[in-house]
Design a protein around this ligand. Structure first.
Ligand code: BGC
Ligand code: BGC
Length: 819
């Protein structure tokens, strides 16, 4: 521990002690009637009250907006940083917090002088901040099954959040994930209600004891949607909805949780954001929730008849604060008008504002100093040794060993190991979604100062014990390690982007299975480590390896894996395996009899997990898929850009684009790409070509050429969904490439000019057209790009190469472009 740290920690302790001394009991709770808050509400104009109820996103809220409107709250979304800088320093965070704060208490423009509250998604540590400690995602903590440990993690996370001047955390997620096809399964602790519920109170208590607001989310039934579809429909009678998905909320409310986030999903066909029965009658009246209800990101816009900036129904249903990242100004005007017209009662507004102000009062926000002053006391906690040690402890407690032939694991560190596989040295992959960027993509190891990859952890321990670690580069034919540690698994995703239709792992490429088998054939023992946000169907990979460990998404402290996998230098077990499955591990890729239902047949039940040196040779799990066999279809862009594809702008890969800034400009300056929403967040791109006449291309490419012969042979097509705004440039073309001077292009003017302005249309270009025009199918480097020299605006959503052309797609005529 550095001196500086000790000193800051000491000050932090003093500060905390003084906080606790003047408040009666910790953690703070929202009080009943409150004269101070009542007096504030009384003197506020309708405009100021409505502004208290709004939360904009930092990209769309300036300090002067705050001064002018008296805005109640801001958030930074996943992958949104002060000044848009991914590498923003702690000072940059607190500077922005200060700027908002000072604007909120500056009454010169007529606001009520109420300090603003800033919320963030610190869901596995303060995951938007460079250098923060990243803890295992909730699914791993569910495997560790230790509420006390999880409480310590919540406290540590809260301290790191305090270091940035932020007051409010959008966690814990207390979803009960029932179907691992759901992309947010890793945000859930378990598929078991009780297991989930036991974490709610310790997290809420620890966060709020640090003087922050915690959020129980997403109310209610987010983990119970039909087929595990994100933002889908949860079909249950009320009492079952409450008993299965509500238990954690009772615990959180008991612990005094100050905010609850409404869920995107529907309940029996009806969006929860507009549901009074759930938000008011059940949550506030029956369950006794006294804090405030915040919406999810543009959640009101999904209510039937509503838009992102207009939804009286949501306010009437019981929403107190609206997360309206971009459109908060027009939403403000609409709510004010709806109160004036009587569509929303002023009493409802007063109730909402009272709830918000009571929370602000309860955490001491009404009497706070500049955010940076308090933050300074916590700075040294960000990525501190203590927090990293805690994260590492959580990692080793979360690992679940599924198979261990002849008690192979734990291994002797004095031997020689090959540590390889796509996840061996990739901190972004081991951290998963909600890591620096929203999707967790676009990061490299250098974005994680102070963190340790799995490989780093093995190297440190094996080398210290006198053994040796070989990496992929060291391995040639004839190399003879004592065993191979093969790390593989899911690449990062968040929310609906992570939804899958089948649990089958790599049903098409089988790359990892082939790698494991190759090492086996070369005579090595293979220990497979699987990084994933959920249980997946990996029977063949389990059968093929000698030992198999589910490591979930461990976060920044990869050495926790070596802690359990390796013995100490005396040959003793260092740490026992205490991780146990928090969800059943599937026996089949889908439910054998009914694909609409969550997996019920189990290869390993909930609670399963081997202890160190326990001998379990499992090699007869069924390998034949029962679900629909996936096709050859190659998806490039659906919700997000799909690995291994990347988007290139103006002939240059812009890696920053993947990391999440909301727009980028080509080197030529002529083309600007912006992330926009079609059905869900950031699932479309807007392309604006300027008028300077420089021909500029945007295209999808990948490191290695791709063999599209299979798709072309079966009569496949390139599909994309697009919408034009105004005129189409007459030189617009779809370009494909098969190397530096190999490719084919087709004119798009007639196809696009024909469709109505502003309508989304799906287009298809048959592969045989491109083949005729010269695209070499065996080595496609880019199957889709758009090029124009003329000015125009085009929005693009899904892009894929598919076996079958959907009936509704508009077929593009095969016209060669004459240059
Ligand atoms: C995420 C945000 C993210 C945004 C992108 C939301 O769903 O929660 O944090 O930045 O989508 O549009
Ligand atoms: C997510 C929430 C998150 C919010 C703010 C939403 O898309 O569903 O979990 O708190 O965005 O980033």
């Amino acid at each position: 521990m550095s001196l500086r740290f000790i000193f800051a920690f000491f000050l932090g302790g003093l500060y905390l002690a003084s906080l606790t001394a003047c408040s009666e009991s910790a953690p703070p709770k929202v009080a009943g009637a409150d004269a101070r808050v009542a007096a504030l509400v009384e003197q506020m104009s309708l405009e100021l009250k409505v502004a208290q109820m709004l939360q904009g996103e930092i990209k769309h809220v300036s300090p002067s907006d705050v001064r002018e409107y008296g805005l109640g709250s801001v958030l930074n979304g996943g992958g949104s940083f002060p000044r848009g800088e991914k590498l923003a320093s702690l000072d940059a965070w607190t500077e922005l917090a200060d700027a908002y704060y000072h604007a909120s208490v500056d009454t010169s423009a007529g606001n009520a002088g109420i300090p603003i509250i800033w919320g963030t998604d610190a869901v596995h540590g303060h995951n938007n901040v460079i250098g923060a400690t990243l803890f295992p995602h909730n699914i791993g903590l569910g495997a560790a099954n230790d509420p006390e440990l999880v409480g310590r993690i919540a406290a540590a996370t809260a301290q790191e959040v305090k270091a940035t001047g932020i007051d409010w955390i959008f966690a814990p997620t207390i979803a009960v994930a029932k179907d691992p096809r759901w992309g947010r399964t890793y945000e859930s602790f378990s598929s078991d209600t009780k297991r989930v519920a036991q974490f709610a109170a310790p997290i809420v208590a620890q966060m709020q004891e640090q003087g922050l607001v915690a959020t129980a989310k997403h109310f209610i039934g987010d983990g119970g949607t039909f087929r595990g579809v994100d933002q889908g429909d949860t079909r249950l009678p009320l009492e079952e909805l409450l008993s299965v998905h509500g238990a954690g909320y009772f615990e959180a409310i008991d612990a005094g949780v100050m905010s609850v986030m409404a869920s995107f999903n529907s309940w029996n066909g009806d969006k929860i954001h507009g549901n009074k029965e759930l938000l008011t009658d059940v949550l506030k009246d029956r369950m006794g929730f006294e804090g405030f209800v915040v919406t999810d990101w543009n959640g009101i816009g999904q209510v039937a008849g509503c838009t992102n900036d207009n939804c009286a129904q949501a306010i009437n249903a019981g929403v107190d604060m609206v997360m309206a990242p971009e459109d908060w100004k027009s939403l403000h005007a609409n709510i004010v008008a709806q109160v004036r017209s009587g569509e929303i009662s002023e009493a409802r507004i007063d109730d909402a504002v009272t709830r918000i102000l009571k929370v602000k009062e309860a955490i001491g926000l009404l009497d706070r100093a500049s955010p940076s002053e308090t933050a300074a006391l916590y700075k040294a906690s960000v990525g501190s040794e203590e927090h990293r040690a805690l994260a590492r402890e959580a990692v080793r407690k979360s690992i679940v060993m599924l198979k261990n032939k002849s008690g192979l694991v734990p291994l002797d560190p004095r031997e020689t190991y090959l540590v390889t596989g796509p996840g061996a040295d990739d901190i972004g992959m081991q951290a998963g979604g909600w890591t620096i960027s929203w999707q967790g993509t676009g990061n490299s190891n250098s974005d994680f100062p102070g963190a340790t990859s799995l490989l780093d952890g093995f190297e440190r321990q094996v080398e210290a014990a006198g053994g040796a670690v070989l990496t992929t580069q060291d391995y040639k034919e004839g190399t003879n390690p004592d065993a191979v540690i093969y790390v593989f698994g899911e690449t990062p995703y968040a929310e609906g982007v992570g939804d899958v239709e089948t649990l089958a792992w790599q049903q098409r490429s089988r790359q990892d299975l082939r790698n494991i088998q190759a090492y086996k054939q070369a005579g090595h023992q293979v220990i497979a480590i699987f990084l994933s946000g959920r249980p997946l169907w990996v029977n063949a990979e389990i059968n093929a390896s000698d030992a198999f460990l589910a490591a979930w998404l461990p976060g920044s402290e990869g050495e926790g894996v070596a802690d359990v996998l390796l013995r100490d230098r005396e040959g003793q077990v260092q740490y026992p395996f205490v991780g146990r499955l928090p969800m059943p591990w599937p026996r089949f890729d889908l439910n054998k009899d009914n694909h609409d239902q969550a997996v019920v047949e189990e290869a390993f039940p909930i609670g399963y997990g081997l202890t160190a040196a326990e001998d379990a040779d499992i090699n007869d799990l069924p390998e034949a898929a029962v679900g629909v066999l996936t096709t050859e279809d190659e998806v490039l862009f659906e919700g997000s850009i799909r690995e291994p594809w990347m988007i290139y702008l103006g002939d240059q890969l812009d890696p920053a684009l993947a990391a999440g800034p909301s727009s980028a400009r080509s080197a030529s300056g002529n083309l600007v790409l912006t992330l926009i929403d079609k059905n869900v967040q950031e699932d479309a791109r807007r392309l604006v070509w300027g008028a300077d006449g420089v021909s500029t291309t945007v295209y999808f490419g990948r490191g290695q050429a791709w063999d599209a012969t299979g798709l072309s042979d079966v009569g496949g097509a390139i599909l994309f969904t697009a919408r034009r705004h105004g005129d189409v440039s007459n030189d617009l073309q779809l370009v494909t490439q098969c190397g530096p001077s190999c490719g084919a292009s087709v004119g798009l003017y007639s196809a696009l000019a024909r469709v109505p302005d502003g309508d989304w249309v799906q287009f298809a270009l048959p592969m045989d057209c491109l083949q005729k025009l010269g695209l070499r199918m065996s080595s496609v480097t880019s199957p889709f790009g758009l090029r124009s020299a003329g000015a125009m605006t085009l929005d693009v959503a899904q892009v894929a190469v598919m076996e079958k052309v959907p009936g509704q797609a508009a077929i593009i005529e095969c016209e060669r472009v004459i240059d």
